[in-house]
Design a protein around this ligand. Structure first.
Ligand code: CDT
Length: 312
């Protein structure tokens, strides 16, 4: 029996400060309906898909920004998305800012099955940017100020396969895909908000699209998994966000690619059995991996130049 999951990557255009949750959810529902018409089992929305990317702004009293966070999911404003998905019999993945009852703030995604049931939450592990206000930047990237780091990567049996989640900056780290893949992950769902301008090294601006596909494709190939990378794109509050959302096969090949920086759905029929072509051959982990050689990866964070080299 084939294990094909038809996936829609539902890229969104920008979400401005003035756009209400209700208006945004209407846009998501529109994309969900397009996904249903295209025969999707699952529609994947981006990171922080309900609001503008607020970490670009600094506010001294963080509580003033709690209105960007969801205290429950579904909430009254997002319930229509859950209702529509259930009515259409389609699953979805949604990124949002989460404020827990314990007062923790996470950059979160939720995976919902075709009956509207929440399968799992994922809380972003790699928080990029900076902790302090840096007024010299054209805009801030204060994820490390507003969010707490998430506890780790898990996989979930859903949509006939083994699904994993990661968020934006996580996609740049090979450990993300490898930890998911070591749990058998067959499809990683990854939303992103990637400003094209990178203040610490503007030389990288022209390479944003290249680096995005480089990491998504390498992650897919080296781990024998499908990767669905979904952007919030376009000019948001004066800040240009990368588009180029893509659905990538375990071969590393791009199977579907967005061509706009607006609300846009791309679809691919993803045969999960293709993962085995890579997982059981070139990337047969149990046969070829040498974890005893890789201990530095978990025992060490930064670079440690060997003492012997320092003497020379
Ligand atoms: N949202 C997110 O994680 N964006 C980062 C920007 C890095 S530059 C501070 C990314 O990796 O795309």
């Amino acid at each position: 029996m084939s294990r094909t999951v038809t996936v829609g990557a539902a890229q969104t255009g920008p979400i401005q400060e003035k756009d209400s949750r209700i208006e945004v959810v209407e846009r998501l529902i529109n994309l969900l309906r397009q996904g249903s018409q295209a025969g999707c089992d699952l529609v994947v929305f981006p990171e922080l898909a309900l609001t503008t990317f607020f970490p670009r702004w600094y506010v001294e009293d963080k509580k003033e920004f709690d209105h960007y966070f969801e205290k429950e999911m579904p909430s009254p404003e997002t319930q229509p998305l859950f209702d529509e998905a259930k009515k259409l019999g389609i699953g979805f993945h949604l990124g949002y800012a989460e404020l827990t009852p314990n007062g923790e703030h996470f950059n979160t995604s939720v995976l919902v099955d075709k009956t509207g049931h929440v399968i799992a939450h994922y809380r972003k592990v790699h928080l990029p940017g900076h902790e302090e206000h840096e007024p010299w930047r054209a805009f801030q990237h204060l994820e490390r100020y507003y969010f707490d780091p998430g506890p780790g990567f898990e996989v979930h049996g859903a949509f006939g396969g083994i699904m994993g989640m990661a968020i934006c900056n996580d996609r740049r780290w090979p450990e993300t895909y490898r930890v998911l893949s070591l749990q058998g992950c067959e499809m990683a769902l990854i939303g992103y908000n990637t400003p094209i301008h990178y203040a610490p090294d503007p030389n990288q601006d022209r390479l944003q699209g290249f680096h995005n596909h480089l990491v998504l494709q390498a992650g897919a190939y080296q781990n024998g998994m499908w990767v669905v990378g979904v952007a919030k794109a376009g000019e948001e509050e004066g800040c240009d966000l990368l588009g180029e959302s893509a659905i990538i096969a375990p071969s590393g090949e791009i199977k579907a690619l967005c061509s706009t920086v607006d609300d846009e759905l791309i679809v691919a029929e993803c045969d999960l059995d293709l993962c085995a072509d890579y997982k059981e051959t070139l990337f047969n982990f149990s046969r070829y991996r040498r974890p005893e050689i890789y201990t530095r990866i978990t025992s060490q964070t930064g670079v440690e130049i060997p003492e012997a080299m320092k003497e020379n």
